[in-house]
Design a binder for this molecule. Structure first.
Ligand code: PAF
Length: 290
């Protein structure tokens, strides 16, 4: 496995690859990421994993400085998992006009309107930052017309996955996006790099979010269409248990728009804070249309 830090070296290594599977990450890897690597291995001969904590997708009051950076341990895991290339660029490599303080990225991707809802309603600029860095990464990786070019994203970040699919569609990018299922702790808690912020007590209760979403799914599958009542009930329940719910929302899993009578593939998404840790989760499922 090669560990590469520059765009020039990455391009040189990928020039003659016949098929490329790419897994973009911000590091601090867990079993959820390894599942995405497994999918990439099934799809392509050369598996590239990027590790880059992207400043452009963090808001001023978010955890950019404290975000766990564990490159050596990550590389060990990736080597054992059979990845071929780790791309771990510096901020200056990804943002050529970075002056040590400001990224000076004056051109960026404008994400679709859905980027301002759900997580985007409180994380202003987040999805624009994600889309911009993913566009940069794709342009560094998918340039040689390899016969198969795929990128694997986890379903835990369901809204991100949706926006990346739109990016690929709207910019005619030569890459197929594949979704990996959310990996969970035995308790049901979705695996996330941010779970490391939780205290042991918080970790013991963090699966309440997933359990609550599961209750909504069951109610809807039994014919309850009062989505907003179900969402409010769960919000109250979780807030009463010490959470600070940001949103719980049932949407079309296909468009992320509010559910209409014809929708059968739905997703219930949530974001909530436990102490200072913001967790997200979702379940996509099928329900009878009307
Ligand atoms: O999901 C993530 O880890 C990040 O948002 C991504 C896709 C690597 C972009 O920085």
């Amino acid at each position: 496995m090669q560990i590469i830090h520059t765009a020039a070296e990455l391009r040189a290594q990928l020039k003659s690859q016949a098929s490329i599977g790419f897994v973009p990450t911000m590091g601090n890897l867990h079993a959820g990421h390894m599942h995405l690597v497994e999918i990439a291995k099934q799809q392509a001969q050369c598996v590239v994993v990027s590790i880059f904590v992207n400043p452009l997708q963090f808001g001023a009051n978010e955890d950019l400085a404290g975000y766990p950076r564990t490159l050596d341990a990550d590389c060990e895991k990736l080597k054992a998992a059979g990845a071929h290339i780790v791309f771990a660029p510096s901020v200056a490599e990804m943002y050529p006009d970075f002056d040590g303080h400001n990224l000076n990225q004056s051109m960026s991707i404008t994400p679709p309107p859905i980027a301002h809802e759900l997580c985007g309603a409180s994380r202003h600029g987040h999805f624009g930052g994600v889309a911009t860095v993913v566009m940069k990464l794709f342009s560094l990786i998918f340039f040689n017309g390899a016969s198969r070019q795929v990128a694997v994203f986890g379903k835990k970040d369901f809204q991100q996955l949706f926006i990346i699919k739109e990016l690929v569609k709207q910019f005619n990018l030569p890459v197929e996006i594949i979704a990996g299922e959310t990996m969970r702790e035995p308790s049901g808690l979705a695996m996330s790099s941010r779970n490391g912020y939780l205290t042991p007590e918080q970790r013991a209760t963090a699966a309440q979010l997933q359990q609550g979403l599961q209750k909504i799914v069951s109610a809807i599958q039994q014919g309850n269409k009062r989505y907003s009542d179900l969402e409010q009930q769960l919000t109250q329940e979780l807030n009463g248990k010490g959470w600070a719910v940001d949103y719980i929302s049932t949407r079309s899993a296909v468009s992320l728009a509010p559910v209409t009578a014809n929708d059968t593939h739905l997703v219930v998404l949530a974001a909530a804070k436990l102490g200072n840790t913001r967790l997200i989760d979702n379940i996509d499922f099928f329900a009878p249309g009307s």
